[in-house]
Design a protein around this ligand. Structure first.
Ligand code: HEC
Length: 156
């Protein structure tokens, strides 16, 4: 092999390795924290976070506020239930985490949407947010949990 060819082969190999490195370092689509409803310690932590931060609006038994589909006199929606009768389980993990962390408007990219749902960034750490949402998912009947797993799979 000539010196020139050897250099070309070496450069080619280096570029190939770099491409593989970039490919494997890229975060997988949908990467990020996931809910862990089977992690008993996490769910217990989430139960406490829920009682302290969420139950006042979403209800001690996740039942939400009365007439939650109609806006109140203030133009805001009441808090929806987080049980099987609501639509929390229609959203994949990443969206639930974003709504809890950033509030509805920011999570949905709607700059002028007014909502009574607070943003918990700076109030709850990421693991507490995963804990409280894992607690919520742990309360769903198996069929709804399975549907939510499908929602997650479709989103990834
Ligand atoms: C001050 C009342 C209030 C508190 C406290 C509150 N929420 Fe909400 N939440 C709302 C309202 C109201 C909505 C519906 C907002 C809208 O669509 O405008 C909502 C919506 C949500 C949604 C979206 C549900 C869906 O089906 O789209 C999630 C998830 C959520 N809240 C999680 C939480 C969690 C977790 C906590 C506690 C850490 C919490 N909320 C505390 C009022 C509250």
């Amino acid at each position: 092999m000539s010196g020139h060819r050897r250099t070309l082969v070496a450069v080619g190999a280096a570029l190939g390795l770099a491409a593989v490195a970039v490919w494997t370092l890229r975060p997988a689509p949908g990467a990020g924290p996931r809910l862990r409803p089977d992690d008993a310690a996490l769910v217990e932590r989430g139960r406490q976070v829920y009682a302290q931060h969420c139950a006042a609006c979403h209800g001690a038994r996740l039942e939400g506020q009365a007439d939650w589909r109609s806006r109140g006199a203030d133009g805001l929606l009441p808090a929806p239930p987080h049980d099987a009768s609501g639509h929390t389980w229609h959203h994949p993990d990443a969206q639930l985490i974003a709504i809890t962390k950033l509030g509805v408007a920011k999570a949905a990219g709607l700059s002028d949407y007014r909502s009574a749902m607070p943003a918990y960034e700076g109030v709850l750490g990421d693991e507490d947010i995963v804990a409280v949402l894992s607690f919520i998912k742990a309360q769903w009947p198996p069929a709804i949990r399975a549907k939510h797993d499908e929602v997650n799979a479709a989103a990834r």
